[in-house]
Every structure is written in structure tokens, then in C-alpha cells.
Design a protein around this ligand. Structure first.
Ligand SMILES: [Mg+2]
Length: 302
């Protein structure tokens, strides 16, 4: 199998770490667990990002979180002193809008997802239905009579994290998806968010249930898919482009799928031990999860 053991940068001398980024013109980075944790900056990562921007590097922060709009994420970053503009920020919702626009999509989308996903789609001129409550009646018959309606001009089913997800929504999605011409898109397939005393479902389990019900496989738009990378049509040499992230299966896989360099930062979910586990029993396709570099924190580069 074709993979290399990652370079551990954590014990490198300061002088080499300060020069490390000279080799890169474009930096992709995840947000949560890399730059920000809850509402605070991780280890002065804002100073490093601002240095990249001052040095004329292209920086793209890519978040799979679709419970926030691009504008709200920008505001949050600006409040934490990241010198970002809207062009530096992408969410799986905004990438979904960009992707449909690139296909000249001009039908309606049936959306299982958040208000914020709807807002982003609207910004890209994508008409949509389905967001919000769609309550079940006491009997299927009653529901079918009063609330079940499929629109003829629907051309895509888009699925993300939806706090109102239920059987009626699944019923509509699977019936739209009987038509093979209707696109089936997933904003992201992250399985869960982890908090100190709680694990919380993300979009992955919802997407999986609709895949199962419809006998179809969704096209994943957010990380680890390389759709954003392809849409950006960057001119830089891929060797000079780096993806920084804290989740192997999401961020590192996004970098690998895009053919660029990758760095795991150990301030979030995955650590070198997790890379070690994969290396000990590496299975097919798992080369995609092994970063080129591992580092304890972005603060070491300052
Ligand atoms: Mg993260």
C-alpha cells in the first residue's frame, strides 16, 4: 500500500517551524478544534492566520457545520480577531449552493435541513421547500390526506442535520428519490458532535437512513468530498497547498481526496494515537486518513 508515516512536527526547532509555511501558497483549514473551540481562539491561531493573510497566502476555512450561515461564521471569526472576509469562509451549506449553481440547476430542491441551509441556498438562487416542521398525524391515512404532497418541479433532495427530521420527511424524500433524475445530495455525513457529557447526532445518521430507504447513495458535498476544491479551480501547484484539520475521516480525507498536503492538529478530536491505530492495521482506502504532518498545536508555529 502506498502511504508514508506522518512527520511529527511537534519537536521541531522553532526556526524550522517558522519557515514551514513558506512552502505553501494556499491553506485550507477546518474551524472547530483547529482555530476555535466553542467561543475561544485556540492557542493564538488567529495570529498565525492573520500572518498568512498578510503574506498574501490564500486561506480558506471550510466548516461542515450547517447550523450556521457563512455570514454568522464570519462575524464570529471577526469578533475573535481573525482578519477574514466572506471569501475566506465556506460551509457545507454554501458549497451545496455553489455546486448546484455550477450545474445550472433551475428546479426546486426538497430540503431536510436547517433554516441556515435554506438561507445559503436562497443566496445562490436555489428555490427550496421542506424546511421546518412537518408533523405526523395520528394515522398515516390522515397525514397522507392532509399533508402529503410531492411537487412536480423538484430536481434535488438535499439532506443535512434537521432538528425536525421524522417519518413524514423520510417519506417525501424517498418518494422523490424514486425518480433517478432527481439529484440526491448530502451536505455532510459527520456522525456526531461530542460534548463533555453528551453526544449529539449530526447529519450522517439522517443521510444514512434516507440512503437505506431510497436504495440510493447520496453525493456528499462537504468534507471529505473534494467538490469545493474542484469548484475553486486553483492555479497553484498541489504540492504548495495544505489542508489543516483535527478529524482524520473528514479533514485529512478532504485533503487526500483533493490531492494536496495534509496536517493533523492535535487540539481537537483526533490525535497521533488515532493515526497509530490506523497504521497498525491499515485496511483498503485508509491511506486516505494518514496525514503528511502531525503537530500538537498551531501555536507552535508562532
Ligand atoms: Mg473540527
Amino acid at each position: 500500500m502506498n502511504y508514508k508515516i506522518p512527520v511529527n512536527l511537534s519537536n521541531y526547532p522553532k526556526e524550522s517551524l517558522q519557515k514551514f509555511f513558506d512552502d505553501f501558497d494556499v491553506i485550507f483549514t477546518d474551524c472547530d478544534g483547529v482555530l476555535i473551540k466553542e467561543n475561544s481562539v485556540i492557542d493564538s491561531s488567529n495570529l498565525l492566520i492573520n500572518k498568512f493573510l498578510e503574506n498574501g497566502k490564500k486561506v480558506f476555512m471550510v466548516s461542515n457545520n450547517n447550523q450556521t450561515t457563512r455570514d454568522d461564521l464570519l462575524k464570529k471569526c471577526q469578533n475573535l480577531n481573525f482578519n477574514f472576509t466572506i471569501d475566506n469562509i465556506f460551509t457545507s451549506s454554501s458549497i451545496t449552493g455553489m455546486y448546484l449553481k455550477s450545474l445550472n440547476f433551475n428546479k426546486k430542491a426538497y430540503v431536510i435541513g436547517s433554516e441556515e441551509l435554506g438561507e445559503e441556498l436562497t443566496k445562490f438562487g436555489i428555490e427550496h421547500i421542506g424546511i421546518g416542521r412537518d408533523d405526523m398525524s395520528d394515522t398515516y391515512g390522515e397525514y397522507m390526506m392532509n399533508n402529503y404532497k410531492l411537487y412536480e418541479d423538484v430536481g434535488a433532495v438535499i439532506v443535512g442535520l434537521d432538528k425536525f427530521f421524522n417519518i413524514p420527511k423520510m417519506l417525501k424524500a424517498m418518494n422523490y428519490l424514486k425518480n433517478p433524475e432527481i439529484l440526491f445530495l448530502a451536505t455532510n455525513v459527520d456522525v456526531r458532535s461530542e460534548f463533555p457529557n453528551l453526544i449529539f447526532p449530526d447529519a450522517g445518521p439522517i443521510v444514512a437512513s434516507i440512503e437505506k430507504a431510497s436504495y440510493r447513495k447520496a453525493t456528499v458535498i462537504g468534507k471529505p468530498s473534494s467538490i469545493l476544491f474542484d469548484l475553486l479551480k486553483l492555479k497553484s501547484d498541489k504540492e504548495r497547498i495544505l489542508m489543516i484539520g483535527d478529524r482524520l475521516s473528514v479533514d485529512i480525507a478532504f485533503g487526500k481526496n483533493s490531492g494536496i498536503k495534509t496536517m493533523l492538529v492535535e487540539t481537537g478530536d483526533d490525535k497521533m494515537e488515532n493515526v497509530g491505530e490506523i497504521l497498525r492495521k491499515i485496511e483498503e482506502n485508509e491511506e486516505n486518513l494518514i496525514p503528511d504532518y502531525v503537530v500538537k498545536s498551531l501555536g507552535l508555529f508562532l
